[in-house]
Design a protein around this ligand. Structure first.
Ligand code: AMP
Ligand code: ZN
Ligand code: FE
Ligand code: FE
Length: 288
């Protein structure tokens, strides 16, 4: 039997809140036996070039990003993530929107740290920014500072209700989800809704929104993901079939910020081919 290629379409590097550099990420992807890996850092394309330069033979790199979005159809608005694949990284309006979101993340991160410090928690924002090393900053970076300070043992604990999950959680200024679909498409990219039924992360959007997003240009749904129960993944697959959307599976690898391993979930070649065929921003890269 000829084995099918192993395709993981959602990973993070130090360009956002992963712990492997883009170069280390692609090497780790090859070591894990992947044939295709996507780099999808939060709200940035900053890791793309380093990943391309370090691409090992036999591995294809899909350049992407995970866009911080919000749906304003309910109050308070619900945050959600869209994966964007193979878009033009120089599309002016999209670039401006991503820069705005990254800056808003810094303002919000500093405010979270101020709240913690007001309660006597001795962590430092400049130190957290330094540790992020120029990557898109997020709560996992604050979680790492809480771990360094000995206040929690794990990232999971830091995301608990007493800490960043609720008590010290502040909203981000994300991109309106319909605007995000429009921008990704305008930049020649392919939008896929990341972990749409991940109830364990917080509130999720209703299926009616996904129907509307499909009509607006959404291409696919991520079904196989560690934050989906088998029933949730099955629901996503059924909804995708109903709407004619493609289905992906992926690890959402974050290095040591999470326990999930590269290739823990994968995408079928047919769905991958549909993404590549629908994209016109940049191409996949294979090392020659
Ligand atoms: P932020 O983008 O700053 O709101 O932080 C969200 C990031 O933290 C996402 O990339 C998630 O992968 C990660 N995250 C969310 N919930 C958890 C959790 N319970 N444990 C570990 N990481 C989490
Ligand atoms: Zn993340
Ligand atoms: Fe996500
Ligand atoms: Fe992610």
């Amino acid at each position: 039997m000829i084995s099918r290629p192993a395709i993981d379409l959602h990973t993070h590097s130090t360009a956002s809140d992963g712990t492997l550099s883009p170069a280390e990420l692609v090497r780790a992807a090859a070591d894990a036996g992947l044939d295709v890996v996507a780099i999808t850092d939060h709200d940035t394309t900053a890791g793309w070039d380093a990943a391309v330069r370090a691409l090992p033979p036999g591995l294809t790199l899909i350049r992407g990003a995970e866009i911080s979005c919000r749906w304003h159809g309910v109050e308070p608005a619900i945050p959600l993530h869209l994966l964007a694949y193979l878009f033009d990284p120089d599309h002016p309006e999209f670039v401006a929107e991503l820069a705005r979101v990254r800056l808003a993340r810094e303002v919000r991160g500093e405010r979270i740290v101020e709240l913690l410090r007001a309660d006597g928690v001795d962590i430092s924002w400049p130190e957290i920014m330094a540790a992020a090393g120029g990557g898109t900053v997020g709560r996992p970076h604050i979680a790492a500072a809480l771990i360094r300070a000995g206040l929690v043992a794990t990232t999971t604990e830091a995301f608990g209700a007493d800490w960043l999950g609720e008590r010290y959680r502040l909203p981000k200024e994300d991109v309106d989800v319909f605007r995000a679909v429009e921008l990704i498409r305008a930049a020649g990219g392919v939008p896929v809704f990341a972990h749409p039924r991940a109830t364990r992360r917080g509130r999720i959007v209703p299926d009616e929104l996904i129907v509307e997003l499909a009509a607006a240009g959404l291409a696919g749904l991520e079904a196989d993901h560690e934050d989906h129960s088998p029933a949730e993944a099955a629901h996503v697959r059924a909804l995708a079939a109903e709407l004619g959307l493609l289905v992906t599976g992926s690890s959402d690898f974050h290095g040591t910020h999470k326990t999930v391993r590269l290739g823990a979930h994968t995408t079928a070649p047919e769905a991958y081919e549909r993404i590549v065929a629908a994209a016109s921003g940049v191409t996949g890269v294979a090392s020659g």
